[in-house]
Design a binder for this molecule. Structure first.
Ligand SMILES: Nc1nc2c(ncn2[C@@H]2O[C@H](COP(=O)(O)OP(=O)(O)OP(=O)(O)O)[C@@H](O)[C@H]2O)c(=O)[nH]1
Ligand SMILES: [Mg+2]
Length: 231
């Protein structure tokens, strides 16, 4: 029997991932790519690339992650690495077993927004996902009210239109993070573009019989509409 559901659509998204050194960026991306958690620390120099695909509501989202390192000598490359990104992930480290990390890594989130803004990276229309990581090493499992307030202030300062916050640990289930990731993906400009295209296609296919009756001689118009319907 023929499947009358609309075919699967493809969307490719470039995601910038940044934050303080050693907060778990690489491990998070490795987990998304299907690799196991690794206790061994191998610090990223300059750039780490990872790719994963998630399907939601008949859309295949291919995420291309660009993890930037936090070293200032790589400043010159940032404009290149962030070019045409669709989304941003900024992380901090929630471990309370190593308190010396939590505060500086949270401050670094704000510093990263500033660094991105400095290279004329428009944050307005790029969803930002704020990630509190390493909750397995913390008695505080959610962002504190102060952290939430600070994030709201940053969102205002940088004119960010869409953002979300998620907490978790790459040692535990990745489900909450993955849900938020897809939610953010759905709010990117590309996803809106895709939704518009699909709506146009549906409207076109829906109008097709009426158009045929009204345009008996308009072969070109019909041909174009059929092509779009099969797209
Ligand atoms: N307990 C715990 N450890 C983690 C978690 N995520 C990462 N780690 C550990 O933290 C260390 C740093 O992890 P990475 O993923 O390399 O951190 P990073 O942010 O990519 O580090 P840089 O590339 O140097 O900036 C490693 O030893 C990891 O095993 C986590 O969720 N929980
Ligand atoms: Mg890394």
């Amino acid at each position: 029997m023929e499947d009358d559901k609309p075919s699967i659509s493809e969307i490719q998204l470039k995601v910038v991932v940044a934050g303080y050194i050693g907060i778990g960026k690489t491990q998070l991306l490795n987990r998304l790519a299907g690799k196991e958690f690794n206790r061994h620390y191998n610090s990223t120099v300059a750039l780490h690339l990872e790719r994963c695909v998630r399907t939601h509501e008949r859309v295949n989202y291919t995420f291309f992650f660009w993890e930037l390192d936090d070293r200032d000598h790589n400043v010159g490359c940032r404009r290149l690495y962030t070019a045409e990104a669709d989304m941003v992930i900024l992380m901090w480290d929630a471990s309370t077993t190593e308190r010396r990390f939590r505060e500086p890594s949270f401050k670094a989130v704000g510093q990263w927004l500033n660094k991105l803004d400095d290279i004329d990276f428009a944050l307005e229309n790029r969803p930002v996902l704020f990630v509190m990581n390493k909750t397995d090493r913390s008695e505080i499992k959610e962002p504190t009210p102060e952290e939430k307030k600070q994030i709201e202030a940053w969102v205002k300062t940088y004119g960010i239109k869409t953002y979300d916050i998620v907490s978790g640990s790459v040692k535990d289930s990745m489900e909450p993070f993955e849900q938020k990731l897809v939610e953010c993906a759905k709010k990117t400009t590309k996803a809106f573009g895709l939704a518009r295209t699909q709506a146009t296609q549906l409207a076109t296919v829906g109008n097709f019989p009426g158009v045929r009756e009204a345009n008996n001689n308009s072969g070109t118009v019909l041909e174009r509409k059929v092509t779009m319907g099969n797209f």
